[in-house]
Design a protein around this ligand. Structure first.
Ligand code: ZN
Length: 166
């Protein structure tokens, strides 16, 4: 990302939608192409994610029903439009949090390895092979695009408790 001074004025922190905001339950639309508008969204989402110390963020969390996700676990920024999981392998369990549900910590079982395809910030079709934490973050963010949240992985009674006795 450019460190030019004018960027300080064009970058701003987006509002994070919090559960039970209904937008978090909606399905997102495909992106037709990655042009300047989409690149601006990528950039603002990354900025917002880092500001709130997140490692992944999906468009509905900032109020946009578009298939766009960003992630950075400290190994480089990932920007993907229309991400699609094409391969899942292995299993792994880990406690996850979510910027949209700050009060929840949920043990989630996910695949240990994934291959995800999508469009990068240049609009190129790419494939990302990930394992461990990055694979988990990608699966978490792609869930968001389908309206799925970490609390959906809670056992039934705990899920009810979360819904009514937060
Ligand atoms: Zn989340």
């Amino acid at each position: 990302m450019s460190k030019r001074r004018d960027n300080a004025f064009t970058q701003h922190i987006l509002e994070i939608r919090k559960y039970p905001d209904k937008i978090l339950r909606k399905r997102c639309e495909d992106i037709e192409e990655v042009a300047s508008y989409e690149r601006k969204i990528f950039s603002e989402m990354l900025f917002t994610m880092k500001y709130f110390k997140g490692i992944g963020l999906a468009a509905p969390q900032v109020g946009l029903l578009k298939k766009i996700i960003v992630a950075d676990i400290g190994e480089g920024e990932i920007m993907l439009a229309n991400p699609k999981i094409i391969k899942l392998k292995g299993k792994d369990k880990m406690v996850e949090g979510c910027l949209s549900i700050p009060q929840a910590q949920v043990d989630v079982e996910r695949a240990y390895e994934v291959i995800v395809e999508g469009l990068n910030e240049k609009g190129e079709q790419i494939e990302i092979k990930a394992r461990g934490l990055l694979a988990r973050v990608l699966q978490h963010e792609i869930d968001h695009l389908e309206g799925k949240l970490i609390i959906d992985y809670l056992p039934f009674l705990e899920r009810l408790r979360f819904k009514f006795f937060r």
